[in-house]
Write a protein that binds this ligand. Structure first.
Ligand SMILES: Nc1ncnc2c1ncn2[C@@H]1O[C@H](COP(=O)(O)OP(=O)(O)OP(=O)(O)O)[C@@H](O)[C@H]1O
Ligand SMILES: Nc1nc2c(ncn2[C@@H]2O[C@H](COP(=O)(O)O)[C@@H](O)[C@H]2O)c(=O)[nH]1
Length: 200
């Protein structure tokens, strides 16, 4: 199956002919469990391609450069933006995050299913550039449970937690913009819904 996708490159818009690859966008408030769902999904389905983002955030304990993120300085990130290296990028809770353009396009063009785990602003950019992308919003069972999960991670400062919880309220309001909504209450149920969304 051939798809024609519209790709925004800097100020210009160009069209690219793609083979059977799929682009999946996974969004949801910080702490809802996107990363945990992704890791389990990738263990079960190693044929999927997870796009590693660049960020200016400091690494958390246990995170490695090139695995969890490419950790870069703000200056380097701004150079990458100026060079048009990102498919999308956004500032979230005081840090920059961006999806490297080239690997995503290469993988989709080679027929792979590519997973982007990104926040709302970036998801909107990708949905505009790639209307055929399938977008999924992960919801928490409640805001109270979301806060519990962010805290249980024990990785973010009080300030970071407060910022993320404020952003979460606006992000959740946008859930209906997405093709599919999944509540991550029971983990296995949410994972099963995600698998259905990806594999049909
Ligand atoms: N269904 C679930 N029930 C209970 N706890 C969960 C569930 N899913 C994930 N968690 C826990 O919630 C915490 C936050 O999960 P995770 O780091 O995957 O969130 P995230 O959405 O990727 O956050 P961020 O966007 O900030 O990276 C983790 O401690 C994880 O183990
Ligand atoms: N727009 C983008 N958002 C991204 C990208 N990579 C990750 N994220 C999102 O940022 C927040 C915070 O992540 P954290 O690791 O600091 O907790 C979260 O919602 C991620 O999904 C990206 O490339 N672009």
């Amino acid at each position: 199956m051939m798809q024609v996708l519209s790709i925004k490159s800097g100020a210009t818009t160009k069209e690219q002919c793609l083979s059977s690859g799929k682009l999946m966008i996974l969004t949801g408030p910080s702490g809802v469990g996107k990363g945990t769902l992704m890791r389990t999904l990738l263990q079960r389905h190693p044929e999927l391609y997870y796009s590693v983002s660049a960020t200016t955030r400091a690494p958390r304990s246990g995170e490695s450069d090139g695995i969890n993120y490419y950790f870069v300085s703000r200056t380097r990130f701004e150079q990458l933006v100026a060079n048009g290296e990102f498919l999308e990028w956004a500032e979230f809770a005081g840090n920059y995050y961006g999806t490297p353009r080239q690997p995503v396009l290469e993988k989709v063009n080679s027929g792979k299913t590519v997973l982007l785990e990104i926040e709302l602003d970036g998801a909107r950019q990708v949905r505009t550039s790639f209307p055929q992308a399938i977008s999924i919003f992960i919801l928490p069972p409640s805001l109270g449970e979301l806060e519990k999960r962010i805290r249980s991670r024990n990785q973010d400062s009080e300030d970071a937690i407060a910022r993320r919880l404020i952003l979460a309220q606006d992000e959740i309001k946008a859930a209906d913009e997405f093709d599919i909504q999944i509540v991550n209450d029971d983990f296995e149920t949410a994972l099963c819904s995600l698998e259905k969304a990806i594999f049909g």
